[in-house]
Design a protein. Sequence first.
Length: 306
Amino acid sequence: MATCEVCGRDVDLPYSCRRCSGDYCAEHRLPENHDCPGMNEWNDPQGVFDSGFDDSVNDGGGSSSSVLDGLTGTGGPLSYFRGSVAYTFLGVMVVFFALQFLLFPLTGQPVGGALWSDLFTLSSRQPLAVWTWVTSVFSHGGIGHLFGNAIVLFFFGPVVERYLGSRRFAVMFLVTGALAGLAQVGLGLYLGSPTAVLGASGAIMAILAILTVLNPGLKVYLYFVLPVPIWLLTIGYAALSVFGAFGPTNALDNTAHFAHLTGLVLGLAYGAYLKDRVSVPGQLRFGGGGGGGMGGGGGPGGRRRF
């Protein structure tokens, strides 16, 4: 018995998609009914319609594509990551954390110094350094900051990815993360306050907002025990961000609250676009993060975590 990855129904004889390796019920077995990443290959004569029977004829006994399928297909060593951009991004975040705090110090440069900031933060000093629009999304200011964002991405990211498809999910995550950081930096420039940001919370808030619009009654087991609807969880984070962004100065605590709000608004808008186009399961389990929560604490020198 398996569980359909779209509707959550228990299925005795599931259909296993050979392109995304997912298990589905009869209703969602077709690629177009479960937003299969293989849908992007419909116009590829070697893609969805290719049985693979004559691969050896076409490429002389094997191809890089068949090798990739062997690695990422069902039972392959990398099958866990096939069609799983959310988990891949989670891995990238961990790699970036190692680069920031383990490998970078080996260069003799201080963590949090000028070179470190130029590589890993999006700042008002160099807002047009395009690489930081991406690197800042995957970088974090501490283990609690990383954990708070990673646990939400781990539980909720794959759910949203199933509805959007891997490619659209990747674009959504990178665009909302970058725009959230740019919004915070833009606010700093407007207020004449030097600002530098890092973290994935803008994209994480977009993920929560999308799910909130699609299914506001979705049950989330906070700390694996307390069941709360996802709309309440999202409103709670939003309230903290509003209070931090517009409340007393000491509420800002070096957290990029305006970036959180930007991600939330972008996610709500995209969720409204998706509404009535997808179906969602009835419940998920979500364990709370450590110190720093969604945004984490702030770093030195005006650097904000989000």
